[in-house]
Design a binder for this molecule. Structure first.
Ligand code: DGJ
Length: 374
């Protein structure tokens, strides 16, 4: 009798699992993990390691407190990109109130990369100090021997104190100095480089950020700087744990947030957004042959009706996943933020499509990886 009961339980559990196993992506819907909870990894980043995908993101709590980091960076694993196993908290917020990483600070857009030489997993994230809103504008770094953590927090800092961007010329610096002397910048805020000059000694601001590792293993840190007006791209050190002094300004004064880079056929593409807080805005796309120069803005990559184009399908970019084992297969990952309950924010995954070598996005209620075989 007991045996029959156990067999019944086993069949019941197996059939439940079969029912809940996802076989497709449904952008914007609740997405349950192996424990039946909506995946809690917002502003996420992805790493493929040992035949497994890892999804790192902001763990959010319900309601208004969800705006603060109370738990840390959540990590999930998956073999197929549809079904995700909860692997717990990779980087935990500190209980120690003297720590910069104490609970109730802000921790956004965590990204993890693997360093083949040191065999360490390195996490970078946007970090704001407790009770200071978005004023501190720091980038933070943590490290682990294991992909799912625990990650050890190292430090948070502003970028490149006392170092000029390599594409910020002496003439530009003099222009700002002159404008400042004449008090022009008060009337005409748009003088290029005013904020870079203001922050020269203390270091440049870093808010929405991302990482990109090139085929030669060089890693780059891409971030919204200068009061979110200008992107900064910096080369990381060989061990990925710090910055080199090499950095450039990209799209000065054009207010890009949420950068997400991928590479196809030798070209770098960057999805990004405008700056409208938690509200969505029109998607942006840029291309370059070189990470450190020559970035050119392209048109809005979203195809669809006006609302879809104006709101990037009601989402904001956070990452582009290269699908392993499929040719030219990239997934655009965005967050559909729900600002009064960030925990409930949804994920917008869409296949990146190409026309004449340029990426574009189209809405799809449900789709699977076979899409890339067509
Ligand atoms: C937009 C950013 O992309 C998000 O990560 C977050 O910082 C919000 N702004 C806050 O308003």
């Amino acid at each position: 009798m007991k045996r029959i009961f156990l067999i019944y339980i086993w069949f019941y559990a197996a059939s439940m699992m079969a029912q809940t196993a996802y076989k497709e992506f449904k952008p914007g819907q609740l997405w349950l993990d192996d424990k039946g909870n909506h995946i809690n990894a917002h502003g996420g980043g992805f790493l493929y390691y040992n035949d497994t995908y890892y999804w790192f993101g902001e763990h959010k709590e319900s309601g208004k407190m969800g705006h603060k980091a109370l738990v840390g960076v959540h990590v999930y694993s998956s073999k197929d990109l549809y079904n995700w196993k909860d692997e717990g908290v990779a980087l935990a917020m500190a209980n120690d109130t003297t720590s910069m990483l104490q609970k109730e600070c802000l921790l956004e857009r965590p990204k993890v990369i693997y360093n083949k030489k040191t065999k360490k997993f390195v996490m970078w994230f946007h970090h704001e100090l407790k009770d200071q809103g978005y004023k501190a504008a720091l980038t933070g770094v943590a490290v682990s021997d294991n992909v799912t953590g625990p990650y050890r927090y190292i430090s948070s800092f502003r970028l490149h104190p006392n170092v000029w961007a390599s594409n910020f010329t002496v003439a530009q610096q003099q222009n700002v100095t002159l404008a400042t002397k004449e008090g022009v910048e008060k009337k005409q805020k748009k003088i290029d480089g005013v904020i870079m000059c203001r922050d020269f000694e203390s270091g440049q601001m870093s808010r929405d950020m991302n990482l990109f590792v090139d085929e030669d293993e060089q890693a780059y840190h891409i971030t919204a700087s200068e009061e979110n007006q200008t992107l900064i791209i910096s080369k990381l050190s060989d061990d990925y744990l710090s910055m080199t002094d090499e950095y450039v300004r990209v799209f000065p004064g054009e207010a890009n947030e949420a950068p997400a880079i991928f590479k196809k056929d030798g070209k770098y593409f960057m999805f990004s957004s405008y700056t409208t807080g938690w509200k969505p805005n029109p998607g942006r796309l840029a291309v370059s042959d070189n990470m450190m120069s020559g970035w050119k803005a392209l048109e809005n990559p979203c195809r669809g009706n006006e609302l879809e184009r104006k709101t990037t399908f009601h989402s904001q970019s956070t990452y582009v996943i290269p699908v392993v084992g499929k040719k030219d297969a990239y997934i655009f990952v965005g967050d559909r933020w729900i600002s009064d309950n960030l925990k409930d924010s949804r994920y917008i995954w869409l296949p990146v499509q190409f026309k004449n070598g340029l990426p574009f996005l189209k809405w799809n209620d449900s789709w699977n990886l076979d899409f890339f075989d067509k």
